[in-house]
Design a protein around this ligand. Structure first.
Ligand code: FE2
Length: 501
């Protein structure tokens, strides 16, 4: 791949976000008004209100006993600010990235949060209003785009890398932040040749520090593959042609391979669409393709098929000596949670979380036999699957997921339980949250002394406080051993990483 080709790809990445039609400036934003009214009736919508444009700093009030061995920082990211200048975004995924740091040690827990000062947000702050389209939002009098990074909100996840913390989106560049102050340093270019190429929010890091990632260019049918050495140097970046690649959000890694699922959701180039979201079409009659890439040369070695399905997140994958890959995921029948529910939520319309919610599935891919099989492994709803960092790309016994039993109906209609699966024993232990609390992604972590814990952020919408709970990973059913409570409520986030020390 020549440098010129890389640059062309980066520049034409704007194809990801059609400029769309110019909407007239409304006198009053009906979505903002509708959401505020809905919040009165359904106070759990607090999780989707969005934060103000200001820094957040607090010392948390801790109850219980914070584990002495558990010291370090939990970094998290998610869509933070949904409204600016009185106009509210039309999709949950468009909010400006709000990076949080929970720092704990010596019995103290401190919290800090900052909006990522992306180029986009800086331009819009200066204008006092939204200027640029998002994934599913087109503000009035929107301006044109020069590339995908023009609309990069850096709002999905984080990656500690050396002396910086990266805030990750999926269709553009990471943003570097100061890991202590969370001040934004700016967009990251890993090499001159790869400037502006997409870097997904779900890089996979092996226990030795080797890092893999991908990026997609949906409109151009290109797949970018990234490989970094344990000391965070870019080893390789390649671009592969993948017809109808769609929008893969996550992937998995084994000792020998990378594996992506490509659900049949593509932009329709002929659609009269105001946003990328509006241009997407679900082809439920088609297969979800399983793309297997060989690590050694980053070549696509096989493409297999599974029934149509939508997967946001995988747990982990591992490969045996016979070339059989096993992995687990949160599998949904279709992408309606993204294409419908997360849009309706933004105006406070009664959202259906259940119909197209994901369930825990496990998969078996036989590279020699050329087969891909799947089966559910728990009769429940489930999302945000995670394993311990030391088990990435190896056989894992412990899998953490948020979930909900099928006969549970919490007031907020979302997931209400954290589950820890012992896959070797096929056992599940879980803790159910009170209806007044919305759990967020829970991270299994290992402390410096080898003890295993579960970090559980949540939003207590009844008291208007964000929380961080700690459980023993091996006894989650006993409930949290400690709870840290903030004096404020922050929007529900997406993903995080723990850095011990
Ligand atoms: Fe994600």
């Amino acid at each position: 791949m020549q440098r010129r080709q890389f640059l062309e790809l980066a520049l034409t990445a704007a194809a990801l976000a059609p400029l769309g039609r110019v909407a007239a400036m409304p006198l009053g934003d009906t979505w903002e008004t509708a959401f505020r009214a809905a919040l009165e009736e359904a106070p759990w919508l607090l999780g989707y209100l969005g934060c103000e444009d200001r820094p957040f700093d607090a010392s948390a009030k801790v109850t219980g006993t914070w584990p002495a061995a558990l010291a370090g920082s939990l970094y998290r990211n998610g869509p933070g600010m949904h409204s600016l200048g009185g106009w509210r975004y039309r999709h949950l995924f468009d909010g400006d990235g709000l990076v949080q740091c929970w720092r704990f040690g010596n019995g103290e827990v401190r919290h800090r949060a900052r909006l990522v000062a992306t180029d986009k947000l800086e331009r819009e702050r200066a204008a006092g209003r939204r200027l640029l389209p998002g994934f599913g939002s087109l503000p009035p009098d929107a301006v044109g785009l020069a590339g995908a990074d023009d609309l990069n909100p850096a709002n999905i996840s984080v990656l500690p890398q050396g002396d910086r913390l990266l805030a990750l989106w999926e269709a553009g560049s990471p943003y570097a932040l100061d890991p202590e102050t969370l001040a934004t340093r700016g967009p990251v270019t890993f090499s001159a040749e790869t400037r502006g190429l997409p870097f997904s929010a779900h890089p996979r890091q092996e226990p030795d520090g080797t890092l893999w990632n991908f990026g997609y260019l949906a409109g151009l049918n290109k797949l970018v593959l990234w490989h970094f050495t344990p000391d965070a140097r870019l080893a390789r970046a390649v671009v592969r042609d993948v017809p109808r690649i769609g929008m893969p959000h996550d992937f998995v890694v084994t000792r020998q391979h990378l594996l992506l699922l490509l659900p049949p959701l593509y932009p329709d180039p002929g659609a009269d669409a105001a946003t990328l979201l509006d241009s997407l079409r679900w082809h439920g009659e088609e297969a979800t393709r399983v793309l297997v890439v060989r690590k050694s040369d980053l070549e696509i070695v096989t493409t297999l098929e599974l029934p149509a399905q939508w997967v946001f997140h995988f747990g982990n994958a591992w490969e045996d000596e016979a070339g059989v890959i096993r992995f687990d995921a949160a599998r949904a029948p279709d992408p309606r949670l993204m294409t419908e529910t997360f849009r309706e939520l933004m105006r406070g319309t009664e959202a259906d979380f259940t119909t197209s919610a994901a369930r825990p599935y496990r998969y078996r891919v036989d590279l020699q036999g050329g087969t891909a099989e799947e089966e559910p492994f728990a009769d429940m709803l489930g999302e945000f699957p995670l394993v311990l960092p030391a088990e990435v790309a190896r056989r894992h016994d412990t899998l953490v997921m948020l979930g909900r039993d099928l006969d549970d109906r919490p007031r907020h209609d979302g997931l209400d339980r954290v589950c820890v699966f012992d896959l070797a024993c096929e056992r599940r232990a879980s803790f159910r949250y009170p209806d007044t609390e919305l759990p967020e992604e829970h991270l299994p972590v290992t402390a410096a002394d080898g003890s295993r814990w579960l970090l559980g952020p949540s939003l207590d919408w009844a008291s208007g406080q964000s929380l961080l709970r700690v459980f023993r990973l091996d006894d989650v059913a006993a409930g949290p051993v400690a709870t840290a409570r903030l004096p404020y409520a922050l929007p529900l986030g997406l993903h995080g990483r723990f850095l011990a020390g």
